[in-house]
Design a protein around this ligand. Structure first.
Ligand code: GDP
Ligand code: MG
Length: 322
Protein backbone atom coordinates (compact mmCIF):
# COMPACT_ATOMS: atom_id res chain seq x y z
CA UNK A 1 0.00 0.00 0.00
CA UNK A 2 2.70 2.45 1.04
CA UNK A 3 4.71 1.74 -2.10
CA UNK A 4 2.09 2.80 -4.58
CA UNK A 5 1.36 5.93 -2.60
CA UNK A 6 4.42 7.25 -4.41
CA UNK A 7 2.41 7.16 -7.65
CA UNK A 8 -0.07 9.65 -6.40
CA UNK A 9 0.32 13.20 -7.54
CA UNK A 10 4.07 13.01 -8.19
CA UNK A 11 5.83 16.05 -6.80
CA UNK A 12 2.63 17.25 -5.26
CA UNK A 13 2.43 15.40 -1.99
CA UNK A 14 3.54 17.18 1.14
CA UNK A 15 7.24 17.01 1.85
CA UNK A 16 8.23 17.42 -1.78
CA UNK A 17 8.35 21.10 -2.44
CA UNK A 18 8.59 22.17 -6.05
CA UNK A 19 8.84 25.88 -6.00
CA UNK A 20 9.73 26.59 -9.60
CA UNK A 21 10.20 25.24 -13.08
CA UNK A 22 6.90 23.43 -13.18
CA UNK A 23 3.96 23.98 -15.45
CA UNK A 24 1.12 25.63 -13.62
CA UNK A 25 -1.35 22.97 -12.65
CA UNK A 26 -4.25 25.36 -12.41
CA UNK A 27 -3.62 27.17 -15.67
CA UNK A 28 -3.91 30.45 -13.80
CA UNK A 29 -1.65 33.49 -13.93
CA UNK A 30 0.71 31.76 -11.53
CA UNK A 31 -0.52 33.37 -8.34
CA UNK A 32 -0.52 31.03 -5.37
CA UNK A 33 -3.85 29.43 -4.59
CA UNK A 34 -4.85 27.87 -1.32
CA UNK A 35 -7.85 27.00 0.73
CA UNK A 36 -9.85 24.58 2.80
CA UNK A 37 -11.91 21.93 1.08
CA UNK A 38 -14.58 19.96 2.91
CA UNK A 39 -14.66 16.34 1.79
CA UNK A 40 -18.30 15.32 1.74
CA UNK A 41 -20.01 12.06 1.01
CA UNK A 42 -22.20 9.56 2.70
CA UNK A 43 -20.54 6.98 4.96
CA UNK A 44 -18.28 4.39 3.35
CA UNK A 45 -17.87 5.98 -0.08
CA UNK A 46 -14.11 6.22 0.50
CA UNK A 47 -13.56 9.77 1.76
CA UNK A 48 -10.81 8.87 4.20
CA UNK A 49 -9.09 6.60 1.69
CA UNK A 50 -9.17 9.42 -0.84
CA UNK A 51 -7.77 12.00 1.59
CA UNK A 52 -4.92 9.68 2.58
CA UNK A 53 -4.14 9.03 -1.07
CA UNK A 54 -4.14 12.67 -2.05
CA UNK A 55 -2.01 13.63 0.94
CA UNK A 56 0.31 10.69 0.31
CA UNK A 57 0.28 9.71 3.94
CA UNK A 58 -2.18 8.28 6.38
CA UNK A 59 -3.97 11.09 8.15
CA UNK A 60 -7.42 9.58 8.44
CA UNK A 61 -8.48 6.11 9.43
CA UNK A 62 -10.28 3.77 7.05
CA UNK A 63 -12.71 0.99 7.75
CA UNK A 64 -15.61 -0.96 6.36
CA UNK A 65 -17.78 0.35 9.17
CA UNK A 66 -19.82 3.36 8.19
CA UNK A 67 -18.98 6.47 10.16
CA UNK A 68 -15.53 5.52 11.25
CA UNK A 69 -14.32 9.07 10.93
CA UNK A 70 -15.51 10.76 14.06
CA UNK A 71 -13.33 13.82 14.16
CA UNK A 72 -12.59 16.38 11.55
CA UNK A 73 -9.18 15.60 10.14
CA UNK A 74 -7.13 17.90 7.97
CA UNK A 75 -4.83 16.60 5.29
CA UNK A 76 -2.54 18.92 3.38
CA UNK A 77 -1.69 18.55 -0.31
CA UNK A 78 1.13 20.79 -1.55
CA UNK A 79 1.83 21.70 -5.14
CA UNK A 80 4.09 24.18 -6.91
CA UNK A 81 1.44 26.88 -7.02
CA UNK A 82 -1.16 25.68 -4.57
CA UNK A 83 -1.92 24.21 -1.18
CA UNK A 84 -5.13 22.28 -0.71
CA UNK A 85 -6.19 21.58 2.87
CA UNK A 86 -8.69 18.73 2.84
CA UNK A 87 -11.10 18.39 5.75
CA UNK A 88 -12.24 14.82 6.13
CA UNK A 89 -15.55 15.11 7.93
CA UNK A 90 -17.79 12.59 9.56
CA UNK A 91 -20.48 11.31 7.18
CA UNK A 92 -23.89 12.86 6.84
CA UNK A 93 -26.48 10.83 8.71
CA UNK A 94 -29.87 11.18 10.26
CA UNK A 95 -29.26 12.18 13.88
CA UNK A 96 -30.07 9.32 16.23
CA UNK A 97 -27.95 9.96 19.27
CA UNK A 98 -25.72 12.59 20.76
CA UNK A 99 -22.74 11.50 18.77
CA UNK A 100 -24.39 11.73 15.37
CA UNK A 101 -26.03 15.03 16.29
CA UNK A 102 -22.57 16.32 16.98
CA UNK A 103 -21.39 15.01 13.65
CA UNK A 104 -24.14 16.84 11.87
CA UNK A 105 -23.30 20.02 13.73
CA UNK A 106 -19.63 19.61 12.82
CA UNK A 107 -20.60 19.35 9.14
CA UNK A 108 -22.82 22.42 9.24
CA UNK A 109 -20.08 24.44 10.87
CA UNK A 110 -17.49 23.15 8.46
CA UNK A 111 -19.51 24.08 5.38
CA UNK A 112 -19.72 27.62 6.62
CA UNK A 113 -15.94 27.81 7.05
CA UNK A 114 -14.52 26.28 3.89
CA UNK A 115 -13.55 27.62 0.47
CA UNK A 116 -14.87 24.67 -1.46
CA UNK A 117 -16.09 21.10 -1.33
CA UNK A 118 -15.05 17.75 -2.70
CA UNK A 119 -18.17 15.63 -3.06
CA UNK A 120 -17.47 11.91 -3.12
CA UNK A 121 -19.93 9.45 -4.65
CA UNK A 122 -19.45 5.71 -4.91
CA UNK A 123 -19.78 3.79 -8.16
CA UNK A 124 -20.27 0.63 -6.13
CA UNK A 125 -23.68 1.63 -4.82
CA UNK A 126 -26.68 3.32 -6.41
CA UNK A 127 -27.23 7.00 -5.70
CA UNK A 128 -29.39 7.32 -2.61
CA UNK A 129 -31.08 9.73 -0.25
CA UNK A 130 -27.82 10.54 1.52
CA UNK A 131 -26.21 11.61 -1.76
CA UNK A 132 -29.20 13.78 -2.64
CA UNK A 133 -29.12 15.36 0.80
CA UNK A 134 -25.50 16.36 0.33
CA UNK A 135 -26.06 17.53 -3.24
CA UNK A 136 -28.81 19.82 -1.96
CA UNK A 137 -26.72 21.09 0.94
CA UNK A 138 -23.95 21.90 -1.51
CA UNK A 139 -26.21 23.69 -3.94
CA UNK A 140 -27.63 25.73 -1.07
CA UNK A 141 -24.14 26.68 0.10
CA UNK A 142 -23.11 27.82 -3.41
CA UNK A 143 -19.56 26.73 -2.62
CA UNK A 144 -17.31 25.83 -5.54
CA UNK A 145 -17.26 22.05 -5.68
CA UNK A 146 -15.51 19.20 -7.40
CA UNK A 147 -17.41 15.93 -7.72
CA UNK A 148 -15.85 12.47 -7.95
CA UNK A 149 -17.26 9.04 -8.58
CA UNK A 150 -15.03 6.79 -6.46
CA UNK A 151 -14.55 2.99 -6.49
CA UNK A 152 -14.63 2.77 -10.29
CA UNK A 153 -12.33 -0.23 -9.89
CA UNK A 154 -15.16 -2.12 -8.20
CA UNK A 155 -17.65 -2.06 -11.08
CA UNK A 156 -17.60 -3.35 -14.68
CA UNK A 157 -16.24 -0.70 -17.05
CA UNK A 158 -19.30 -0.93 -19.32
CA UNK A 159 -21.53 0.32 -16.49
CA UNK A 160 -19.46 3.46 -15.94
CA UNK A 161 -20.89 5.81 -18.58
CA UNK A 162 -24.36 5.32 -17.16
CA UNK A 163 -23.20 5.78 -13.57
CA UNK A 164 -21.30 8.93 -14.50
CA UNK A 165 -24.37 10.27 -16.26
CA UNK A 166 -26.55 9.68 -13.18
CA UNK A 167 -23.95 11.35 -11.00
CA UNK A 168 -23.84 14.37 -13.33
CA UNK A 169 -27.62 14.63 -13.17
CA UNK A 170 -27.46 14.58 -9.37
CA UNK A 171 -25.16 17.60 -9.34
CA UNK A 172 -26.97 19.67 -11.91
CA UNK A 173 -24.83 18.76 -14.90
CA UNK A 174 -21.49 19.52 -13.29
CA UNK A 175 -18.43 17.48 -14.34
CA UNK A 176 -17.91 14.24 -12.43
CA UNK A 177 -14.42 12.74 -12.19
CA UNK A 178 -14.09 8.95 -12.14
CA UNK A 179 -11.48 7.88 -9.57
CA UNK A 180 -10.27 4.94 -7.57
CA UNK A 181 -8.89 6.07 -4.25
CA UNK A 182 -7.89 2.49 -3.55
CA UNK A 183 -5.77 2.17 -6.69
CA UNK A 184 -4.74 5.80 -6.93
CA UNK A 185 -6.40 6.28 -10.32
CA UNK A 186 -7.59 9.64 -11.62
CA UNK A 187 -6.07 11.55 -8.74
CA UNK A 188 -3.62 13.79 -10.58
CA UNK A 189 -6.46 15.23 -12.63
CA UNK A 190 -8.47 15.63 -9.46
CA UNK A 191 -5.73 17.61 -7.71
CA UNK A 192 -5.57 19.98 -10.66
CA UNK A 193 -9.35 20.48 -10.48
CA UNK A 194 -9.24 21.12 -6.75
CA UNK A 195 -6.40 23.61 -7.07
CA UNK A 196 -8.29 25.47 -9.77
CA UNK A 197 -11.32 25.76 -7.49
CA UNK A 198 -9.32 27.57 -4.80
CA UNK A 199 -9.04 31.31 -4.31
CA UNK A 200 -5.65 33.06 -4.21
CA UNK A 201 -4.18 32.60 -0.73
CA UNK A 202 -1.13 31.82 1.38
CA UNK A 203 0.52 28.54 2.31
CA UNK A 204 -1.32 27.82 5.55
CA UNK A 205 0.86 24.89 6.60
CA UNK A 206 4.62 24.52 6.15
CA UNK A 207 5.60 22.03 3.44
CA UNK A 208 6.20 18.72 5.20
CA UNK A 209 3.33 19.04 7.60
CA UNK A 210 0.58 16.80 6.33
CA UNK A 211 -1.96 17.25 9.09
CA UNK A 212 -2.97 19.48 11.96
CA UNK A 213 -3.67 16.44 14.05
CA UNK A 214 -1.76 16.23 17.34
CA UNK A 215 0.20 13.03 17.94
CA UNK A 216 -2.11 11.91 20.76
CA UNK A 217 -5.05 12.07 18.44
CA UNK A 218 -3.34 10.26 15.59
CA UNK A 219 -2.29 7.45 17.93
CA UNK A 220 -5.80 7.18 19.39
CA UNK A 221 -7.29 7.08 15.90
CA UNK A 222 -4.88 4.38 14.72
CA UNK A 223 -5.76 2.21 17.72
CA UNK A 224 -9.46 2.79 17.04
CA UNK A 225 -8.97 1.82 13.40
CA UNK A 226 -7.31 -1.47 14.34
CA UNK A 227 -10.00 -2.19 16.94
CA UNK A 228 -12.71 -1.64 14.33
CA UNK A 229 -10.92 -3.71 11.73
CA UNK A 230 -10.28 -6.62 14.07
CA UNK A 231 -13.74 -6.81 15.61
CA UNK A 232 -15.78 -6.36 12.45
CA UNK A 233 -19.48 -5.85 12.99
CA UNK A 234 -19.79 -6.46 16.73
CA UNK A 235 -18.81 -3.17 18.31
CA UNK A 236 -18.85 -0.54 15.58
CA UNK A 237 -19.81 2.72 17.10
CA UNK A 238 -19.22 2.07 20.73
CA UNK A 239 -15.44 2.34 20.71
CA UNK A 240 -13.46 5.28 21.98
CA UNK A 241 -9.75 5.38 22.65
CA UNK A 242 -8.15 7.38 25.41
CA UNK A 243 -4.45 8.00 25.59
CA UNK A 244 -3.49 7.91 29.26
CA UNK A 245 0.12 8.83 28.67
CA UNK A 246 2.47 9.25 25.76
CA UNK A 247 6.10 9.67 26.63
CA UNK A 248 9.15 10.00 24.46
CA UNK A 249 12.25 8.41 25.95
CA UNK A 250 14.93 9.99 23.83
CA UNK A 251 18.00 8.15 25.10
CA UNK A 252 16.46 4.88 23.99
CA UNK A 253 14.57 6.32 20.99
CA UNK A 254 11.45 4.79 22.38
CA UNK A 255 7.93 6.06 22.77
CA UNK A 256 5.87 4.64 25.61
CA UNK A 257 2.13 4.83 25.24
CA UNK A 258 -0.59 3.81 27.66
CA UNK A 259 -4.03 3.70 26.15
CA UNK A 260 -7.53 2.53 26.97
CA UNK A 261 -10.12 1.27 24.58
CA UNK A 262 -13.44 2.41 26.05
CA UNK A 263 -16.66 0.55 25.29
CA UNK A 264 -20.24 0.75 26.61
CA UNK A 265 -20.98 -2.81 27.70
CA UNK A 266 -19.30 -5.79 29.33
CA UNK A 267 -20.22 -7.89 26.30
CA UNK A 268 -18.27 -5.50 24.06
CA UNK A 269 -15.37 -5.59 26.46
CA UNK A 270 -15.31 -9.37 26.25
CA UNK A 271 -15.24 -9.22 22.44
CA UNK A 272 -12.41 -6.73 22.44
CA UNK A 273 -10.34 -8.73 24.88
CA UNK A 274 -11.01 -12.04 23.14
CA UNK A 275 -9.99 -15.50 24.21
CA UNK A 276 -6.92 -15.22 26.43
CA UNK A 277 -6.57 -11.59 25.39
CA UNK A 278 -5.98 -12.53 21.77
CA UNK A 279 -8.03 -9.71 20.26
CA UNK A 280 -6.65 -6.82 22.30
CA UNK A 281 -3.18 -8.24 21.72
CA UNK A 282 -3.73 -8.28 17.96
CA UNK A 283 -5.08 -4.72 18.06
CA UNK A 284 -2.05 -3.61 20.06
CA UNK A 285 0.41 -5.29 17.72
CA UNK A 286 -1.16 -3.90 14.57
CA UNK A 287 -1.41 -0.39 16.02
CA UNK A 288 2.12 -0.49 17.39
CA UNK A 289 3.56 -1.50 13.99
CA UNK A 290 1.83 1.35 12.25
CA UNK A 291 2.74 3.93 14.90
CA UNK A 292 6.36 2.76 14.72
CA UNK A 293 6.34 3.15 10.94
CA UNK A 294 4.96 6.67 11.20
CA UNK A 295 7.20 7.86 14.05
CA UNK A 296 10.30 5.97 12.97
CA UNK A 297 11.07 4.87 16.52
CA UNK A 298 10.31 1.85 18.64
CA UNK A 299 6.99 1.98 20.43
CA UNK A 300 5.88 0.34 23.63
CA UNK A 301 2.11 0.24 23.68
CA UNK A 302 0.20 -0.74 26.79
CA UNK A 303 -3.44 -1.28 25.88
CA UNK A 304 -6.40 -2.00 28.17
CA UNK A 305 -10.14 -2.28 27.65
CA UNK A 306 -12.53 -0.38 29.92
CA UNK A 307 -16.31 -0.10 30.16
CA UNK A 308 -17.98 3.27 30.49
CA UNK A 309 -21.71 2.82 30.26
CA UNK A 310 -23.58 4.92 27.71
CA UNK A 311 -20.58 7.10 26.99
CA UNK A 312 -22.14 8.17 23.73
CA UNK A 313 -25.02 9.85 25.54
CA UNK A 314 -22.71 11.79 27.81
CA UNK A 315 -22.43 15.18 26.14
CA UNK A 316 -19.24 16.14 27.90
CA UNK A 317 -17.53 12.94 26.94
CA UNK A 318 -18.63 13.21 23.34
CA UNK A 319 -17.33 16.75 23.24
CA UNK A 320 -13.88 15.53 24.18
CA UNK A 321 -14.07 12.76 21.58
CA UNK A 322 -14.87 15.27 18.86
P1 GDP B 1 -15.43 6.88 4.36
O1 GDP B 1 -16.43 6.37 5.35
O2 GDP B 1 -16.13 7.62 3.25
O3 GDP B 1 -14.31 7.66 4.96
O4 GDP B 1 -14.80 5.59 3.66
P2 GDP B 1 -13.38 4.86 3.92
O5 GDP B 1 -12.28 5.63 3.31
O6 GDP B 1 -13.27 4.51 5.38
O7 GDP B 1 -13.60 3.55 3.02
C1 GDP B 1 -14.69 2.68 3.22
C2 GDP B 1 -14.38 1.35 2.55
O8 GDP B 1 -14.33 1.52 1.12
C3 GDP B 1 -13.03 0.78 2.96
O9 GDP B 1 -13.16 -0.62 3.06
C4 GDP B 1 -12.13 1.15 1.79
O10 GDP B 1 -11.04 0.28 1.64
C5 GDP B 1 -13.09 1.06 0.62
N1 GDP B 1 -12.68 1.91 -0.52
C6 GDP B 1 -12.32 3.21 -0.49
N2 GDP B 1 -12.00 3.66 -1.72
C7 GDP B 1 -12.14 2.63 -2.57
C8 GDP B 1 -11.95 2.45 -4.00
O11 GDP B 1 -11.54 3.34 -4.76
N3 GDP B 1 -12.24 1.21 -4.50
C9 GDP B 1 -12.66 0.18 -3.71
N4 GDP B 1 -12.90 -1.00 -4.30
N5 GDP B 1 -12.84 0.31 -2.38
C10 GDP B 1 -12.58 1.50 -1.81
MG1 MG C 1 -13.91 8.27 6.90
Amino acid sequence: MDDDLANVAPGQSAGQPHESGETRPDGSDGSFRSGFIAVLGRPNVGKSTLVNRLVGQKVSIVSDHPQTTRRRISGVVNGPTFQVVLLDLPGFQRPFDTLTRRMQAAIDTALAEVDGALFVLSAAEPIGGGDRFIANALTASSLPSVVVLNKVDAVPARTLPDKLQRARELVGGQDVWPVSALRGEGLNELIVELAAALPPGPRYFPVGQTSDQPLHQLVAELIREKALQLTREEVPHAIAVEIESLEEIRQRSLVEIDAHIVVEHDSQKAILIGKNGAVVKAIGTAARREIEAILGVRVFLGLRVKVRRHWRRDEGYVERQL
